[in-house]
Design a protein around this ligand. Structure first.
Ligand code: HDE
Length: 720
């Protein structure tokens, strides 16, 4: 199966370079290459006279500008992308898949990955509560494979025919185009209340998974069951997983909302900067494999995209890794014009009969035709495969290829019957699966259990994660202004978990009533029975607070300091954090140099005017009498560390700054009053004269690695 000229990591980049254009050192020309002498003034009749139609320079420039925009994606409009590579851990031809990119561990297959939100327009904020798209284009030697997944392993609906309804319900309401990039409105929850199959997904999007800390810190899933075919032609069912090396982490809702205004590009910037700094994001690629003859063993149907296979039932086998190591050169040419399509598949992989997947196989190519203006979008550089393309498709808008010869049909005797079917180094063959049955519009009864896995998800969450789900639902339904919709959603929640329903109902000021008879008027079914003896139980893999690596790599620390700060503490913290792979930013009252107690000087990176705690993972308030006093007198500075405290972030203070933390009326925490280091709920403090900075910073770094310290939120406020 080894191929000549197999692509390597650089092959896509080499191909793209042929299209690079730079203005470095170039003189200004029109698109026809005519030199332009004056780019400031139009051609006029007389110095104050009217412009002349003859002015081709003006007309060309304005005309091109007028046509700069293309339709944004109907969903997933807002996104950010990067180049990288995929590398398999071991050859899989014998045991799982004959796909060419899964055979040679030394081969780096180029990839382009686009992350996105779903509901918001192209200019909307990154941190909206939403599913995140996780779309990967593999440029393999056998053609492009697109794994167009999400960061949540299930979907709202079971059948593609409901997709336009779902999206119309979540997009801004049509009469006034409000609200932007939010599911917290009446039409969305009206639809959800009538769609019990969405309840499992509802748990995921109301969880912290829907407000990731970073694209680099979220899982990815292919969602549908696919097939993999080994060298002998044997087919198995698989589910695809991406597991981030940095662990799975989230923001808190208050933070996500604030970031929407403070830095709408929060995730886009984070991805760009990490790659720019050489902190290349990495995921492991995993598969859950089910033998086809074992597919009936579960209490759920593998073809139902509202279900997971719990990892405890079928473990995730890691088969390779994905590394993102290069930012795009041009957002529009690459990130905007990339066209993903689940139907782009390569030998060794195949589809399943999942009715949601089958609908997607049609939709993506169809939507590209309008979005990218015709059938030749495959020739846009970012979409080109790195292997040769030969076919008889011809013409159409924007055609780039100059097809030579007189035959554009097959079979032909005038051109040696080329391109010959089956003549490519490898050709795709659909798995021969038996499909026969009556023609009918119906849902399989094996899809009917909508609650067991919703309950499994909810009950597998830690207490604080459950609390966040209750709060998220209370927020969302609180923004829904239709009382019967609120009541109905609470009724559905009562079938997931009584405490969940009670918590949300209390916040909405209503009594939970589990009666679902209203559904009879809409879908005509009561499709809600739990299947067989299914016991929800718990799946630890579903919680985000377990199983994360203890690392502060790429985490951001804010150091708050003013004139008179304690330089020893600041230097020690800076060193410890950068040794752990994190980044520090010094924040002061202005961007002017600040002077330490010992006379040394430092230049702040940001001021309290240009930064907020939401942009950081942890905060250190530097010691030093004068510095602590000045921070205590600056409302923005005080707000900075109080807000970080409230969001459960690691917080440290030394010397005079400890009293500052104590002074603020925060939930009760123990603070140091001597050289003894105190770490209470992730607040690390030390006072006194001779501080052991090594021990202090070690403790603080450990606290940052915990990501958040939820135990604080359960504590009572300190009395005034
Ligand atoms: Fe998509 N989806 N989708 N979707 N989807 C699109 O294609 C669609 C679904 C996903 O970064 C569109 O090129 C239908 C599931 C991602 O460019 C469109 C159905 C999953 C992206 C479309 C689904 C996804 C899209 C809009 C139900 C996770 C962004 C623009 C049958 C497995 C890719 C475009 C990128 C984009 C249709 C459901 C993921 C309209 C009909 C399930 C990550 O074709």
């Amino acid at each position: 199966m080894a191929k000549q000229n197999a692509p390597d990591h650089d092959s896509k980049q080499d191909q793209l370079s042929a299209f690079h254009r730079s203005n470095d050192g170039g003189g200004l020309t029109s698109n026809q290459g005519i030199g332009i002498a004056d780019n400031q003034n139009t051609l006029k009749s007389g110095i104050r006279g009217p412009q002349l139609l003859e002015d081709f320079v003006l007309r060309e420039k304005i005309t091109h500008f007028d046509h700069e925009r293309i339709p944004e994606r109907v969903v997933h409009a807002r996104g950010a992308a990067a180049h990288g590579y995929f590398q398999a851990y071991e050859p899989l031809g014998d045991t799982l898949s004959s796909a060419s990119f899964l055979q040679d561990p030394s081969k780096k297959t180029p990839v382009f990955v686009r992350f996105s939100t779903v509901a918001g327009f192209r200019g909307s904020a990154d941190t909206a509560r939403d599913v995140r798209g996780f779309a990967v284009k593999f440029y393999t030697e056998d053609g492009n494979w697109d794994l167009v997944g999400n960061n949540i392993p299930v979907f709202f609906i079971q059948d593609a025919i409901k997709f336009p309804d779902l999206i119309h319900s979540v997009k801004p309401e049509p009469h006034n185009e409000i609200p932007q990039a939010q599911s917290a409105h009446s039409t969305f929850w009206d639809f959800m209340s009538l769609m019990p199959e969405s309840m499992h997904m509802a748990m995921w999007i109301m969880s912290d998974r829907a407000i990731p800390r970073s694209y680099r810190m979220m899982e990815g899933f292919g969602i549908h069951t696919f097939r993999m075919i080994d060298d002998s032609g044997k087919s198995r069912f698989v589910k695809f997983h991406w597991k981030p090396r940095l662990g799975t982490h989230a923001l808190v809702w208050d933070e996500a909302m604030k970031l929407g205004g403070q830095d709408p590009d929060f995730h886009r910037r984070d991805l760009w900067e990490a790659i720019d700094n050489g902190d290349y994001p990495e995921w492991e690629f995993g598969v859950q494999v089910v033998e086809e003859d074992q597919a009936d063993q579960f209490d759920f149907d593998l073809l139902d995209a509202t279900k997971i296979i719990p990892e405890e039932l079928v473990p995730v086998r890691k088969i390779g890794k994905l590394v993102l190591d290069r930012n795009p050169d041009n957002y529009f040419s690459e990130t905007e014009q990339v066209a993903f399509c689940p139907a782009n598949i390569v030998p060794g992989i195949d589809f399943s009969e999942d009715p949601l997947l089958q609908g997607r196989l049609f939709s993506y190519l169809d939507t590209q035709l309008i979005r990218l203006g015709g059938p030749n979008f495959n020739e846009i550089p970012i979409n080109r495969p790195v292997c040769p393309v030969h076919n008889l498709q011809r013409d159409g808008y924007g055609r780039q290829a100059i097809d030579r010869g007189r035959t554009a049909y097959e079979p032909n005797s005038l051109a040696g019957n080329c391109p010959v079917q089956g003549g490519a180094p490898r050709s795709f063959q659909s798995v021969a699966t038996r499909v026969d049955g009556e023609k009918l519009r119906a849902r399989s009864p094996s899809f009917a259990d909508h609650f067991t896995q919703a309950t499994l998800f909810y009950q597998s969450q830690s207490a604080v994660e459950q609390q966040h789900i209750v709060e998220a639902l209370s927020f969302e339904l609180g923004k829904c202004d239709v009382p019967h919709v609120r009541r109905r959603v609470v009724a559905l929640l009562a079938h997931i978990d009584e405490n969940l329903a009670a918590g949300v109902a209390a916040n909405l000021g209503i009594e939970p009533d589990p009666d679902l008879s209203y559904l009879d008027d809409y879908t005509g079914t009561q499709p809600n029975e739990r299947r067989g003896a299914a016991k929800p139980g718990k799946s630890p893999a579903l919680s985000m607070v377990t199983g994360n690596p203890e690392t502060i790599a790429t985490r951001k620390l804010a150091i708050l300091a003013m004139d008179g700060f304690d330089a020893a503490g600041v230097s020690a913290v800076k060193k410890a954090v950068s040794d752990g792979g994190g980044q520090c930013m010094l924040i002061a009252g202005s961007l002017g140099t600040i002077t330490a107690e010992d006379g040394s000087e430092m230049k702040p990176d940001l001021s309290f005017m240009t930064s907020r705690s939401t942009l950081f993972d942890a905060v250190y308030v530097a010691g030093g009498e004068a510095s602590a006093k000045a921070i205590g007198q600056d409302a923005d500075a005080v707000h900075f560390f109080k807000e970080a405290f409230r969001h459960g972030k690691a917080l440290a203070a030394s010397g005079a700054a400890v009293a500052l933390l104590q002074r603020e009326r925060l939930p009760k925490v123990d603070y140091a009053d001597s050289e003894q280091i105190v770490d209470d709920a992730g607040v690390v403090t030390v006072a006194g004269e001779s501080v052991d900075w090594k021990a202090f910073t070690q403790q603080f770094v450990g606290s940052i690695a915990q990501h958040r310290h939820w135990e604080r939120s359960g504590r009572a406020m300190v009395d005034a």
